[in-house]
Design a protein around this ligand. Sequence first.
Ligand code: COA
Length: 563
Amino acid sequence: MRILLVASAFNSLTQRVHTELRARGHTVAVELALGDEPVRAAVARFSPDLVLAPMLTRAVPEDIWSRHTVLIVHPGPKGDRGPSSLDWAIHEGAEEWGVTVLQAVAEMDAGPVWASVPFRMPACGKSEAYRNEVADAALEAVLLAVERHESGWFEPEPLDTTRWDVRGRLRPYHAQEHRRIDWAADDTAAVLRKLRSGDSQPGVLDVIHGTEYFLHGGHPEDELRGTPGTVVATRHGAICRATTDGAVWIPQLRPRRTPGGPATYKLPAAQVLGALLDGVPEVPVTPWDAARRATWSELRYHEDAGVGFLEFAFPGGAMSTGQCRRLLDAYRAACTRPTGVIVLGPGRDFYSNGIHLNTVEAAADPAEESWRNINAMDDLVEAILTTTDRVTVSAVAGNAAAGGVMLAIAADEVWCRTSAVLNPHYRLMGLYGSEYWTYTLPRRVGADTAARLTGAALPVGAHEAERLGLADRVMPGSAAEFRRRVHREAVALAASPDLDTRLLEKKRRRARDEEEKPLSAYRAEELERMRRNFTAPDEPYHGLRRAFVHKVCPTETPAHLRG
Ligand code: COA
């Protein structure tokens, strides 16, 4: 079928739908919903058999839905309506939720149902749930709806609120008045529900030392305590605030924009508060201890049966200079342990999205900070590439992009969860790219495919990644199932009788490659191009980064998405 995706942004779910529909042989084009006219023009140009809206925040014009079947993905169970479905679900502590595919009609979210898939709500922030459980259920519902539409005989079910299985209802916008934290009264569970329902947008508006900030991210703390509402500790840029019965970690803050003032964006909370935190102790935790405690940490390390598992999880998958260096330290420490295999990657969600564009934007000299950040990424990748005394595995539970993909493919093996979407390109940020990609990517996929992937700048699904050689294994299931399977297979790999032969071959290959062209030469060539990207006046990088950080809406659908 010819399927036109109409979306408010080419976000993670739209990308996933795009890769999965293409993989099933459909011809897919994307039009960003930037106004009724461009959408009308796209429909006229593309002549779709079906219009599908994976993430749409505005209504589809009547002249389109009355002439074409338009299916809308709604992140709520049957009967749920309104613009803040997930916010309400998390706020109210729903244990089960759902995704419904509805046909567009005059009334928002009230059309006949083509498919509805339930899921168990995880204990995490809204955007993490959206990229994982919601995306998995949405994909299942979309594929079912597309199949039903293709069959030609399926009659969608009119929305009937008296039916036993229609439990949702129309709910209003989840405004800040519902999110406000009463630090003197709310317990940890209530504070976490509020923080998590507002993550990543719009955050929870709060006042710290007389200034208004949006709080982003919320994680429990098991030991620290204090007067409710006060900041009792910092850790790697996050702040810990006491509640009535415990404490919570908040990794990021965004100052509220003052009328006429400059636009604001998320940054590490401690960086935003700066001197206001004088006297507040930095309370570190080692990756070993973090793995055994219910506290917040970007790094966790544990071992089992000859395998070291180094888990990292950075908000938005962005890795600042400091985050890269801390991960490198943890990696080096892991390499001193008596293990045969090291598994790298978060327990769930984003693997990595490369350098931290927000901290770069906030730096006094963004070009210089970009340089430091990319060098810190390169140091980390180099350490992985030059590890020859053990096998390294990247466990890609969630999406990865740009330098984050190149970080993953620095490992000997890449194991990908079926639902992960990879964006192995830098072009959209106006960068040549680094992280030794000119060494690793062609070696895995061949020079032609490397050029196609980096030039086309389209997302790649996990199965396609495996077919191309970008991934070595693809594993189905939820994030938790993926984590268990990675554990099992890594332990089997460490116990394999071939491990020593494999390591010998790995050493030989690295030596051969080094002789042919040293890693330092790849790095120097890439960085020369990057230096130009960062410093030359005619380069688009700084403008593109600024637009990304400030979430500037594009004025038209980028040509590479139009199909
Ligand atoms: N630096 C800073 N923040 C980043 C980031 C980065 N490299 N990559 C993602 N984020 C943030 C986003 O701004 C967003 O923040 P929000 O929660 O305030 O909205 C959050 O992480 C999730 O990203 P989002 O863009 O909403 O996710 P997506 O799944 O829809 O899109 C990407 C994923 C990777 C395609 C997109 O985020 C992207 O293009 N990132 C930049 C990649 C890059 O060019 N890196 C630098 C070169 S190495």
